[in-house]
Design a protein around this ligand. Sequence first.
Ligand SMILES: Nc1nc2c(ncn2[C@@H]2O[C@H](COP(=O)(O)OP(=O)(O)O)[C@@H](O)[C@H]2O)c(=O)[nH]1
Ligand SMILES: [Mg+2]
Length: 365
Amino acid sequence: MEVGIIGLPKSGKTTIFNALTKAKGTATHPTTALTPHFGVAKVPDYRLQMLEKTFHPKKVTPAEVKYIDIAGVPKDFGKGEGIRGQFLAYLMNADALLQVVRAFEDAEIPHIEGAIDPKRDIAILDLELAFSDLAIIENRLQRLEASLKRAKSPERELLVKEKALLERLKLGLEKETPIRQQSLSEAEIKSLSNYRFLTAKPMLTVLNIGENQLLQASFLEAEIYSLYPPPQPKIVSLCGKLEMELAQLGDAEAEEFRKALGVAEPAPDRIIGFCYQLLELITFFTVVSDELKAWTILKATPALKAAGKIHSDIERGFIRAEVISFQDLEKCGSLAEARKRGLLRLEGKNYIVQDGDIITFLFNV
Ligand SMILES: Nc1nc2c(ncn2[C@@H]2O[C@H](COP(=O)(O)OP(=O)(O)O)[C@@H](O)[C@H]2O)c(=O)[nH]1
Ligand SMILES: [Mg+2]
């Protein structure tokens, strides 16, 4: 899973990127080069600890989330010029967007728009994303127009359909409805996937608050929620600067600090949790040659596809999957006991993998 970080200059994107990926050296000073920072975060999962006790693997490999922070936002970003070029290409590749919105006050860090106003900044960003999609749509519509002049059935019907759909999206965007909130059929969503529209991507809003605003956090979040009709986006408030400092500490020490500050779940973990919800992701586990590994897949993925996630050979030579749910294994304490109680199931390629399944794939190539 790849998450692209966006936001106005000096909203705290790089600071939050450092907090999420526990990166140390990433400079937060402004630069104009479009160099992206890539970083990964391990997906925390309480089930891994229990599985480690059961299987005693030599190696434990948690799932990972990749974050991209693009340094040096284009000069005209936020001016309604749309997002273009390399900057757009990085964002288009992301599975989800994380929008950083500044709420912290700091006289030494002037805001490009003057006063601190998260609602205004969200409107600017929304517009920026919409413009980017509109530019792509208009471009495509022009080319469709040209193709339609030459096209014959049955290609013609397909082009007409595509044109109608794009025109509908355009109208929606002009009324400030992001594509993700427009009503589209499954088939339409699928037909649009190649466009990788930015407003079609799931989006998580991170409100970057100051340390002195921690007590008002839920009030500030509620204010942002009130901007949106249902279905509302996911919003997380966190103090970027503090989270970046906590990310540099050991886990135990960071937890002590969080307790003292009254911050319950670590913000980076909450963000990952929300991304899983937004993208409808689940986790399954494998234990192969002394490695316990967590894998991320989309909800409703059949066993055959899940096998392909590990290796194309396993998908190609798929015979069966030996499956046990996390709850059942926890109850039994060992695979041997689970087998005795008949809780280890043999499943075929169409079996829909469930969150927490521990799977052994049997295959033959
Ligand atoms: N006071 C305060 N300053 C912050 C916070 N988050 C970021 N900053 C500062 O704001 C400035 C811009 O942050 P940066 O992460 O570089 O923003 P970017 O341009 O969006 O990547 C830096 O000087 C940060 O130290 C915060 O939560 N509180
Ligand atoms: Mg930055």
